[in-house]
Design a protein around this ligand. Structure first.
Ligand SMILES: [Zn+2]
Length: 450
């Protein structure tokens, strides 16, 4: 497979140089550049290739290898082509140069997620050109606009071109992180994603003249107390199989594990565990509350009668809008009668079953790369396009694999950060990984049928 990793490397470099930067505006992204690139790359391999462009420049591409059995489950490899903006001054190399330096490809998107988008395309084309016929349809979906929520990408395609992109199984970012610990090595494959139950709190007061503030019913002062209470509030932890799976993956045993499974101690224990690890552990075990925007007051001599607080709230599987509202009310306590709560969105958490033949195929593919690694199901605390597919009934996994040289801390600092880059060994492993999964998934189905 030496030549395949070279192809992945080259394609990744070109995708980085296309600089499909998504700043959240509809005019940004320009993913059509990478649709052109991938179209050229896949063309000529006898594949059915379709392009979509809901608005100017926001292109997505779908290629399909028809399955031999129309009743067999379909599989989609989905990679987004857009990337987040950069601050080039903080980089050691051109963020859109796609340079290969000391065995690493540098550039925005090298780990989020052009490494996967490119390797999926290479594995997919290789299957097609070598005459591989999957049992069910196999799709490659290069999708726009993931970084701004998918309105011009996955969401738009599922709403408007459902049949073109629908699949029983979808593999996408983010997963495959490896952890070394005393009892061996673990790899995390994500099967779930937190929800976003953002809320706008409107704190009411009584307007008056700023020259006579004695005993004023000042909405801003009340809001300050509301914010203080939100900051101090500790929602109850949720210890489910995803939580224990994460503790297993991290190899956390003994006292620390006991503390992280104790509702009274989990918060302070996470807090004591340092920057990245502690934040992640806290987010994976709790609904999170982060008041991020405040608007209030109109004129310096007027006592404000209303203050709006926008709160970013991330929920665990099973925590719905009612739960969020109840938690906020409890946090605000006796000030609740002065506060209106409006849910800004109530996207619930989503999760897929781990009990599927695809999970087994992923496990086998991980073992092909790392024979002794154990594979654990995990939870993504942010958002990916997986959330658009799950409500349609697809089983979606955040998958991937990295060389042992990249640990979670590296990933964390490079993800949307400076000096994003990926090593060639990771590209080699992940290109093989998709191939192993597809073939393994079909082999298992044949065994089951036999
Ligand atoms: Zn991404």
């Amino acid at each position: 497979m030496t030549e395949l990793v070279d192809t992945t490397t080259e394609l990744l470099q070109q995708l980085i140089r296309n600089a499909c930067v998504n700043d959240g505006t509809v005019e940004s992204g320009h993913e059509i550049r990478s649709v052109d690139l991938l179209h050229g790359f896949l063309e000529g391999s006898g594949l059915d290739i379709q392009r979509y462009e809901p608005v100017d420049g926001r292109g997505s591409l779908v290629a399909r290898i028809p399955g031999t059995n129309p009743n067999a489950p379909s599989v989609c490899l989905m990679g987004h082509t857009d990337v987040v903006p950069v601050n080039p001054d903080s980089w050691d190399h051109d963020p859109f140069g796609g340079e290969l330096i000391d065995g690493e490809v540098w550039g925005r998107g090298a780990i989020d997620m052009l490494n996967l988008t490119s390797s999926m395309a290479v594995a997919f084309r290789n299957l097609a050109t070598t005459g591989y016929r999957p049992r069910g349809d196999l799709l490659y979906f290069a999708v726009a606009d993931e970084e701004a929520g998918g309105d011009w990408g996955a969401k738009w395609m599922l709403d408007n071109e459902h049949d073109a992109v629908m699949a029983d199984y979808v593999l996408t970012e983010m997963g495959g992180f490896g952890f070394n610990h005393d009892s061996g090595r673990s790899v995390l494959i994500n099967i779930a994603e937190k929800g976003a139950g953002g809320a706008r709190l409107t704190v009411r007061g009584t307007p008056g003249h700023g020259s006579m503030p004695l005993d004023a019913d000042n909405a801003l002062l009340k809001a300050a107390e509301v914010l203080r209470r939100l900051g101090q509030y500790r929602p109850a932890p949720q210890f489910d199989d995803l939580w224990t799976g994460l503790l297993d993956a991290l190899g956390l045993e003994g006292d620390i594990r006991a503390a992280l499974l104790d509702p009274e101690r989990v918060w302070d224990t996470a807090s004591s565990m340092g920057e990245l690890g502690g934040k992640m552990l806290h987010a994976c075990s709790h609904m999170s509350i982060s008041p991020n925007i405040v608007h209030g007051g109109q004129k310096i001599n007027v006592i404000p009668d209303a203050v709006h607080i926008d709160v970013d709230i991330r929920t665990l599987p099973g925590q719905n809008a009612d739960y969020v509202r109840h938690q906020l009310t409890e946090a605000i306590g006796d000030l609740a009668e002065h506060v209106e709560i409006e849910m800004l969105n109530d996207r619930e958490a989503s999760r897929s079953s781990q009990n599927t033949p695809m999970w087994s195929a992923i496990e086998r593919a991980v073992h092909a790369a790392e024979p002794t690694a154990r594979v654990h199901p995990g939870l993504i605390v942010g958002g990916t396009d997986a959330r658009h597919y799950r409500p349609h009934g697809s089983t979606v996994y955040g998958a991937g694999i990295f060389s042992p040289d990249i640990d979670m801390a590296d990933f964390g600092t490079r993800f949307h950060g400076n000096n994003e880059r990926i090593d060639l060994e990771s590209l080699r492993l992940v290109t093989k990984f998709w191939d192993h999964i597809i073939r393994g998934f079909d082999e298992m189905a044949v065994q089951d049928a036999g």
